[in-house]
Design a protein around this ligand. Structure first.
Ligand SMILES: [Zn+2]
Ligand SMILES: [Zn+2]
Length: 646
């Protein structure tokens, strides 16, 4: 009997708010890493997990016998509907399995994978009085040996090996599982049952795994967002959502929402009293910075992000381009992910990036139905000028670090890191060459698998790096809210020191079904500078690195070096003017200018929220790079993509 293998991603990140360590104080500036003169294919991430990679490969290569994955399973008392449960409540589940066809041979097995994280109890075979207790009941003559097992999956799994005599078609096995339910609302949470019918050690999942719905709680707060920028006279959309204390859209929300508008904002004074997500349009004739306040009669309230109305400022749109659904190790179906991104988080751009081979028995790389579902939802939600959705997945390499693949069209292949043909970043880029695609690496500085920077990012396919997510910042040891298990020398600043030209994005890496994480302090978002909101325009802007990253607050940032936008490659010059404009969400404590690996100036911002400053930058020589880091007094931060000198 092995140990229970816990979800590395989800358990840790749920609790992350409390663990943002003060690495920034304890570590100085890292020496620039030396260039590695070896074949990168023989190198590994400094935190590579070869054992996990081998397990994933074994599953990829596994032979599926026709006797595997047969039969039916359901929740006792709920055979023809999906039952609903309150969240975070103790519950007893009885899963009934009925064999069919050849049944299960002596030595064959059943496997149960329970939902993981956010409140579910880890299965145990001892201590019946404790949460998570699992017991099994088989027909006369069939013996069962149970074990909780360590597998290449983040879901805790219990294996029941059958003996004595075969389990014949029509015979049933009953499995009892006592657990508290998820704290997150979720449609279609699954108890996966896999069957090894012939006893060769390889099981396959049943298609109709028992599922339940977890319903949301009552409203405990509001969130309100509107765009970052607009031109005078343009109509802008306000979105308000009532959420429960876990960030789920609230159940049974019926209160009217009053809107407190500053002078010059034309539009409704109140929103209808029905439903957890509401929207209204406003018009603003004059240039300026505007915020709205919203409130319910019983005192739930929120303030929007700042909206910069300007004739000349470049348009900024907000995106979250890294998150997970129940198609891997996340929460809720892809449909609900995109609906939340649009209606609650009020994002302009969203990508769902489920793992190629991780999170349960429905691996994307071997299950065409999963990839089809994601493609369908991406297509359904894409609405140019309003909400751009991108097809993507996470190339989850346990040897070289995790990368996202984004496609800027309705279709694209899942090139799996478990597939020997796409095992290294270079092989992945070779497979993507010529497609409207790009890749970026995430939590590059650390766990679970830090980026193997020996592979130079492909200059066409990989223009970006995820500098911040809910796991923390990978910028540098002196960043606010540093990734808690960062590896010295593996930060984004170290990668720039190697001469890599990478623009910056932030994204949530949400596993809770809440892309854009509107309730969390310390998350990740990307601001994209694009006049048009279409896939083509977003693709062009991302490739040009016209982006900045935020760890949550929707700070409006414009920075130019003479006429060059952020992310640009520009010729050397004796002197250039850096123009910076910031509209922050909280008072700004400082702006750091980072040049060639070091902070060259820290501007004290005297706790102002709005700032326009200019600086002369001298002696810009070939190979130089320069970026800005804006830090609010609450550690909310934004990072501009660097300017690069040719
Ligand atoms: Zn990952
Ligand atoms: Zn991820």
């Amino acid at each position: 009997m092995g140990q229970v293998h816990r979800a590395e991603h989800r358990f840790r990140w749920l609790a992350l708010g409390a663990f943002t360590l003060a690495l920034s104080c304890s570590q100085g500036k890292q020496e620039p890493a030396a260039r590695i003169d070896v074949d990168p294919a023989t190198t590994r991430s400094p935190t590579a997990a070869p054992g996990t990679a081998a397990g994933v490969r074994r599953e990829w290569e596994a032979r599926r016998d026709p006797a595997d994955g047969l039969g039916h399973a359901w929740l006792e008392g709920a055979s023809d509907k999906v039952p609903s449960y309150e969240r975070a409540q103790p519950a007893h589940f009885v899963i009934v399995y009925e064999a069919e066809g050849p049944g299960i041979a002596v030595g064959g097995s059943l496997e149960l994978r329970v939902p993981h994280a956010f409140g579910w109890s880890v299965p145990r075979l001892t201590h019946p009085e404790m949460p998570g207790f699992v017991e099994v009941e088989a027909p006369d003559g069939v013996t069962v040996e149970s074990g909780v097992s360590k597998e290449a999956t983040p879901r805790p799994m219990v294996r029941f090996q059958l003996g004595g005599r075969p389990l014949a078609a029509g015979e049933r096995v009953r499995i009892r599982y006592a657990s508290s339910t998820d704290v997150l609302a979720e449609r279609g949470e699954r108890f996966w049952i896999s069957v090894d019918g012939d006893g060769d050690g390889q099981a396959a999942a049943l298609a109709d795994a028992p599922q339940i719905d977890i319903v949301a709680g009552k409203a405990t707060g509001l969130v309100a967002f509107w765009p970052a920028t607009a031109h005078p006279g343009e109509r802008v959309r306000l979105r308000v959502a009532a959420l429960d204390d876990s960030g789920n859209p609230a159940r049974g929300f019926e209160a009217p929402i009053e809107v407190n508008k500053p002078p010059g904002v034309e539009g409704p004074q109140s929103l209808p009293a029905s439903g957890a997500t509401q929207t209204a349009e406003y018009g603003i004739a004059d240039e300026g910075v505007y915020q709205l306040q919203v409130r319910t009669p019983d005192g739930l309230a929120a303030t929007t992000n700042p909206l910069l109305v300007s004739r000349s400022a470049p348009r900024i749109v907000w995106g979250d381009i890294h998150g997970h659904s129940n198609r891997s190790d996340g929460t809720g179906p892809p449909h609900d992910y995109f609906r939340y991104a649009r209606d609650v988080a009020a994002l302009d751009v969203a990508a769902l990036t489920d793992h190629d081979h991780w999170g349960g028995p429905r691996r994307l790389d071997v299950d065409p139905a999963g990839w089809q579902e994601i493609r369908d939802e991406v297509q359904r939600f894409n609405e140019p000028d309003r909400f751009v959705t991108l097809l993507g997945y996470e190339w989850t390499s346990w040897l070289h670090g995790h990368r996202h693949v984004l496609y800027f069209q309705d279709d694209g292949p899942v090139l799996s890191s478990a597939d020997p043909r796409f095992e290294t970043p270079a092989q992945l880029w070779a497979g993507l060459r010529g497609l409207p695609a790009l890749t970026f690496t995430h939590h590059p500085a650390g766990g679970p698998v830090a980026t193997n920077w020996a592979f130079a990012p492909d200059p066409v396919l990989e223009p970006l790096v995820e500098i911040v997510s809910v796991a923390g910042s990978s910028e540098s040891p002196d960043a606010p809210r540093v990734l808690h298990n960062a590896v010295a020398g593996n930060f984004v600043r170290d990668a720039l020191d190697r001469g890599y030209r990478l623009g910056f994005v932030g994204s949530s890496d949400s596993h809770d079904g809440h892309p854009g994480c509107p309730l969390l302090e310390g998350c990740g978002l990307v601001a994209i500078q694009t006049e048009e909101l279409t896939r083509e325009a977003v693709f062009e802007a991302l490739r040009a690195r016209r982006t900045y990253a935020s760890n949550g607050p929707r700070i409006v940032l414009e920075a130019r070096l003479d006429e060059y936008a952020i992310g640009a490659v520009l010729p050397p010059a004796a002197s250039r003017t850096l123009s910076i404009r910031v509209n922050a969400v909280a008072p700004i404590s400082k702006i750091d200018l980072v040049r060639n690996g070091a902070i060259v100036e820290t501007i004290d911002c005297e706790r102002r929220r709005e700032l326009r400053i200019e600086r002369t930058v001298r002696d810009l020589a070939s190979g130089d790079w320069l970026y800005l880091r804006i830090v609010q007094i609450d550690d909310g931060a934004a990072w501009s993509s660097p300017f690069f000198v040719e």
